[in-house]
Design a protein around this ligand. Structure first.
Ligand code: UN1
Length: 503
């Protein structure tokens, strides 16, 4: 594609907008229309090292800025996200493809997260505890750690960077941000807003380029003690391995294979609404997407027919056009992967109820559109019920009772989100306890996490860390325990015992 006239973007390192040292570039295009969005620097190890150096220098003063003052910049950033919400939303539809309402939700999630973390500037609570000794005081405080390597995906191109960058900054860390190569223009606008809000040079840097060069260098750089990655299981494992020799703190937010359970006593129409939203929203490209639906045998038939009917009414198209329900998927290789799972499902003997094809009518062939796809009579062990597809494909599985449903839900390697539709409070509480996922919804689909509760999953979804809410602070700070002895004499813990009045 010709690049004449397209906007050229740069890296932001140490407060300067700079080209890649290689002089090489890559392009970002609109997945609905194929139009060019912009040209971006294809950065090298050297560019990454410069950004780390800038972040390391900036850290020495940023860590000493009082947290409420760091937070004032975040309040300004949040306000600016509000003011630029429409612009960011439209750019997101253009660059990432999700429909307007969902793109607005993505920006809103960043607004919420940035305000929330700005509020932490005046909290960031530690603990004070009594000492076992007289005339001794003790407390724990949160201290920043250093430079964060923030490696983010394309599916929530504004929200997810905010999940990592807002807590890092309020905690006093500095950041080198490596956004996905499919959504670099959004990442760049995100960083510009921090610059405009008055963030000092070097505190937030952006380096565009591939994961195997920029991402890997961040993970292997000795001066980057914290890595937060949202990506695939495979890249997560590689990241953990590469960071292990440095004993880095590594937060991993990886895949999902999320299930909605619909019990026989459920409100089936409500369940259908929840399934449609969770399976086909963002064209199924959410870590929290519902790619399995486990259905009680009594409601299986009515649910299946209502779901198929509703899925067939969903309108595919460019997310800026009116009345479009489902946008494109991110790129050609995603389209091919999604379609390969349709073939896998058919090969495994699952019944293709609707969809299962690339949509090309009315100009859709200019982009990467896949028809909402539902498989019926799926066995929980089939690959389409086990592997993350990351597209608009879901699998209906029958279950006779709650035990079988929970067993099937838990039978995958991932553990991000889960949901149950039931009117029986006992079944709901069983599910809350026994569904082995980081998030469980009752009478709602598997998507819709809010910013003030922990976000993350069990098993192969991650490595035990969580983002968002208070949990994020645990990743972006290091606890320090402080003991102050004001007795004026040597008091030895566990040895010089205070004489107990109880003795
Ligand atoms: C993701 O897919 O990685 O709960 C994030 C949700 C959104 C966030 C999803 N608020 O689905």
């Amino acid at each position: 594609m010709a690049t004449t006239g397209a906007k050229t973007y740069r890296n932001y390192i140490g407060g300067e907008w700079v080209d890649a040292t290689s002089g090489e570039t890559f392009e970002s295009t609109n997945p609905a229309t194929g139009e060019l969005i912009g040209v971006f620097p294809k950065s090298t190890v050297e560019d990454t090292d410069r950004a780390v150096e800038a972040a390391k220098d900036a850290y020495e003063s940023w860590r000493l800025v009082p947290a409420p003052k760091r937070a004032e910049i975040l309040f300004r950033v949040a306000q600016s996200f509000v003011e630029h919400k429409d612009e960011l939303t439209e750019l997101m539809v253009q660059e990432m493809g999700k429909v307007r309402a969902e793109a607005g939700g993505d920006v809103q999630e960043a607004i919420d997260m940035t305000y929330y973390m700005a509020g932490e500037g005046r909290r960031m609570f530690g603990q004070t505890t009594p000492s076992e000794m007289p005339d001794k005081f003790q407390m724990s405080v949160r201290l920043p750690v250093g430079v964060v390597g923030a490696i983010t995906p394309w599916n929530f191109p504004i929200a997810i960077p905010s999940w990592k960058i807002a807590p890092a900054l309020v905690c006093g860390d500095t950041v080198v941000f490596k956004p996905a190569t499919d959504t670099p223009a959004l990442a760049e606008r995100f960083v510009e807003i921090f610059e405009e809000a008055g963030l000092p040079p070097g505190v937030l840097n952006i380096v565009h380029g591939g994961g195997s060069v920029v991402g890997e260098r961040l993970v292997k750089h000795p001066d980057v003690p914290l890595i937060s990655l949202t990506g695939s299981r495979e890249v997560g494992i590689k990241t953990a391995e590469n960071g292990a020799p440095f004993l880095k703190h590594i937060h991993l937010e990886l895949g999902g294979k999320n299930a909605i359970i619909v019990m026989d006593d459920a409100d089936v129409d409500l369940a259908v609404d929840g399934i449609l939203w969770s399976a086909f929203g963002t064209s199924g490209q959410r870590c929290t997407a519902a790619s399995r639906v486990i259905v009680g045998s009594k409601v299986y038939e009515p649910l299946q027919s209502k779901l198929v009917e509703r899925a067939e009414q969903l309108k595919l198209g460019y997310g800026l056009d009116e009345d479009v329900d489902v946008g494109p998927v991110i790129n050609r290789s995603a389209l091919e992967k999604i379609h390969s799972y349709t073939e896998i499902g058919q090969g495994e003997g699952a019944k293709l109820l609707t969809g299962g094809e690339i949509a090309t009518e009315n100009g859709l062939d200019k982009g990467f559109f896949y028809r909402p796809t539902i498989f019926g009579d799926v066995d929980p062990e089939m690959r389409i019920a086990q592997e993350e597809i990351f597209g608009p494909t879901t699998a209906l599985i029958r279950a006779t009772d709650i035990d079988e449903a929970i067993r099937a839900a838990n039978s995958v390697e991932f553990g991000l989100s889960s949901s149950i539709f039931t009117r029986d409070v006992n079944k709901a509480f069983r599910a809350m306890r026994d569904l082995n996922t980081g998030i469980t919804y009752i009478n709602a689909g598997t998507t819709g996490a809010e910013v003030h509760l922990p976000f993350g999953g069990t098993k192969a979804t991650g490595n035990g860390h969580r983002e968002a809410g208070q949990a994020a602070l645990d990743f972006y700070t290091e606890w320090k325990s402080i003991y102050v002895d004001y007795s004026g004499k040597l008091q030895r813990a566990q040895i010089d015992e205070f004489e107990s009045p109880a003795r």
